[in-house]
Design a protein around this ligand. Structure first.
Ligand SMILES: Nc1nc2c(ncn2[C@@H]2O[C@H](COP(=O)(O)OP(=O)(O)OP(=O)(O)O)[C@@H](O)[C@H]2O)c(=O)[nH]1
Ligand SMILES: [Mg+2]
Length: 198
């Protein structure tokens, strides 16, 4: 798949606001500041499509992007933003869990981890939700440019060992929004899981 067109369509702060479409959808999720928006920008080759920021907690809504007029990418709000007040944390959980539970056209989740760190408690909880709702997902280890190849291999093996229940996990992919490493591989899995209906 060559991504020729990618455009922002809408934001939803409540599940009632998600767009009414039946195009296949891929959602991107991970801790706040892990690099979700940067990854979407890199995959689409558009610098400012999804906002990227060094201030954590920037993406607070579900942001829908239409890709080649045939599938949606959804940038989910990051979890674990320490300074968020309690009521925001629970509205986050409600929005994301409702989305995962209800969204029939959701075909694949890109679960993003920081390649430098071990999976954290919230990452494990998130992966637990994906397993519970039986949603196929890919674990992408981003910021690969900050690690040597050797370290990346060790960290990937460590993450696999610490995430024992990976029934719906399709693969682990190293990725870098700086170098573009992993971009083609990621596009390939996305394509495989979102073939438009004839
Ligand atoms: N070196 C390096 N830095 C990255 C990479 N991906 C993201 N960053 C940096 O990490 C910071 C956070 O990136 P974002 O893409 O805004 O992260 P996010 O997950 O969308 O963050 P929230 O929307 O706040 O949850 C920014 O300063 C990015 O420039 C990467 O692959 N390599
Ligand atoms: Mg973001």
């Amino acid at each position: 798949m060559k991504i020729d067109a990618a455009k922002f369509v809408t934001s939803a702060v409540d599940y009632s606001q998600v767009p009414d479409t039946d195009l296949p959808e891929v959602a991107f999720i991970g801790r706040s500041n892990v690099g979700k928006s940067s990854l979407i920008n890199k995959v689409c080759n558009k610098r400012n499509l999804a906002q990227a920021s060094s201030a954590p907690g920037k993406t607070r809504s579900l942001n829908f992007f239409l890709i080649n007029d045939e599938r949606y990418f959804v940038d989910l709000p990051g979890y674990g933003y320490a300074i968020a007040p309690e009521h925001m944390k629970s509205s986050w959980a409600k929005l994301v869990e409702t989305y995962l539970q209800e969204r029939k056209q959701l075909k694949l989740v890109i679960q993003i981890l920081d390649a430098r760190h071990e999976p954290m408690e919230l990452d494990k909880i998130m992966i637990g939700w994906l397993e519970f709702y039986k949603i196929p997902y890919v674990i992408v280890m981003t910021k690969a440019d900050k690690l040597s190849q050797n370290k990346m291999n060790t960290h990937m093996a460590r993450a696999k060992a610490q995430l024992p229940n990976l029934k719906y996990c399709q693969c682990f992919l190293p990725f870098s929004s700086v170098s573009g490493q992993g971009r083609q591989e990621l596009i390939k899995v996305v394509e495989d899981f979102t073939q438009p209906k004839d």
